[in-house]
Design a protein around this ligand. Structure first.
Ligand code: AP5
Ligand code: MG
Length: 216
């Protein structure tokens, strides 16, 4: 099953991708996580991306498309994958099509901008594996420590309120048009994301036709 998660910054793409991974046993491919790892490791792509990410702008299409193309060739993608944060522009969606990738489901997580601004101040992410938490809505079991790999949680540089505003604007201008792109292909499913994490997961798994322990 090949899945795309669409939605504004902070809509819960990463959070839901982690849940889908658990149920469907397919990898989460987060371009944000890949880019942050490249920046941390100081690779050429990471250096190119840095100024864009820190300003809340999109990294140039060619850089991200190359990263995704490489990632999708890996063995663990054979039975499907969850794209979290890609595509983000119409040219990226077209590039995905040109790679010969068939998409089964596009889940669009809808959250109002005001809710997003509140969520971002409480977000913490694992500096090592990229797992996502929230101080109030999705806290780690041990304070400031990743449940998955035990590393320290950090605040993302681009979660400053001014940068979040810029990211939201970029989303509305460049990413929202993808809803129409995928609606035309009859694979778009809209989910109300302004609900507790577990409810959003339930709706998402339902949309994917996946039976889960959360059902009922
Ligand atoms: P990326 O890392 O993809 O950031 P984003 O799209 O801005 O999305 P976020 O990760 O901020 O939000 P999310 O939807 O994953 O929400 P989360 O689950 O964390 O990209 C970062 C940057 O990299 C971009 O700005 C760009 O520069 C670059 N980039 C990445 N991909 C690119 C591409 N394809 N092309 C070009 N550039 C690219 O949830 C947010 C918070 O809310 C968390 O704290 C979470 O715990 C909490 N939360 C989640 N769900 C709920 C809920 N239901 N109720 C309450 N709280 C919740
Ligand atoms: Mg994310």
């Amino acid at each position: 099953m090949n899945i795309i998660l669409l939605g504004a910054p902070g809509a819960g793409k990463g959070t839901q991708a982690e849940k889908i991974c658990e149920y469907c046993h397919i990898p989460q491919i987060s371009t944000g996580n890949i880019i942050r790892a490249a920046m941390r490791d100081g690779t050429e792509a990471g250096k190119k991306a840095q100024e864009f990410v820190n300003a809340g702008k999109l990294v140039p299409d060619a850089v991200v498309i190359e990263m995704v193309n490489e990632r999708l060739k890996q063995d663990d993608c054979k039975n499907g994958f969850i794209l979290d944060g890609f595509p983000r522009t119409v040219p990226q969606a077209q590039a995905l099509k040109e790679m010969g990738v068939e998409i089964d489901h596009v889940i669009d997580i809808e959250v109002p901008d005001e809710t997003i601004m509140q969520r971002m101040t409480g977000r913490r992410v694992c500096g090592e594996c990229g797992a996502t938490y929230h101080l109030v809505y999705n806290p780690p079991k041990v304070e400031n420590t990743c449940d998955k790999c035990g590393h320290e949680l950090i605040i993302r540089k681009d979660d400053h309120p001014d940068t979040v505003k810029d990211r939201l604007q970029v989303y509305h201008e460049q990413t929202e048009p993808l809803k129409d792109f995928y609606k035309e292909l009859n694979v778009l499913y809209m989910i109300e994301g302004d609900k507790p994490v577990e409810e959003v997961t339930k709706d998402t798994l339902n949309a994917l036709g996946v039976k889960s322990a959360l059902e009922g």
